[in-house]
Design a protein around this ligand. Sequence first.
Ligand code: GLU
Length: 304
Amino acid sequence: MIDYQRVLSEITAHCSSSDQKGMIASYIPELANVSIDKLAMHLIDSDKNTYAAGDATETFSIQSISKVLTLAQAFGILGSDIWKRVGVEPSGDPFNHLSLLEQENGIPRNPLINAGAIVVADILVSHLENPKQDFLNFVRTLTGDSNIHVDSAVARSEERTGFRNYATANLLKSFGNLQNDVATVLDFYFHQCAISMSCAQLTKAFYPFMNQGKCLKDRTHLTQTQTKRVNSIMLTCGFYDEAGEFAFEVGLPGKSGVGGGIVALLPGKYCVATWSPGLNAKGNSKLGMEALEKLTTKTGQSIF
Ligand code: GLU
């Protein structure tokens, strides 16, 4: 039996002594208020045992990790029709890249880059009665935790500075791949990204993705098709233009956010989340990636 607690404690002790912690994202000004020294890991195994190290119950801005959850909800609503509006290929480009969208006539490469996530946000705005609240409720239900909230200061901060997202949404609209107003869709998008969660909450939210759709309370919230398709998109597209590197180093499907969080999972075995706000040059948490590489190397457990 693997002693996950010992492994997490060793990894966080090692990472916290690093003097190369990366850079905090400051293009959303509110994100810059977090201490670079924050570090957390949390793991839930398939027997529902939990293991924690560092600031595992402290909440942070999940940012692009939310894109997996909006995708799961929109895929649940539209089924395979969703792939008419967004592709499933890695982009090999930064998350907020625009030229590919222009070349490919407004069909984003995948739902985990910003353009794709904005199309998914548009789908949810069209189909949900109270889009922001209904999506938050979906996240709370998956997690089994009603104490999950949006940090409106972060949402407002991005609303003021998200110029590339306005450009992306306008380009999508010009190609006819946005049904609602740019402002309405981006308001939803900025709010989904501004959800605050801890590593402990993230492992619970993503537990159904590693457990064939069943949450910690054994209720089925996602179909097997939803988990299979969404996990494969996480593996190939979850880390901006570093998805290949993450698969190579870590060997798990996962998703990062510019708040410094990463969630990853080994189907049927465990779900793990890390948080360290310093990012590498590609926008992924520097120590988070290193911690997960150590986890799969030390335990000998990855999908490969
Ligand atoms: N809200 C951020 C943006 O759209 C999310 C970026 C990320 O976490 O990758 O720029």
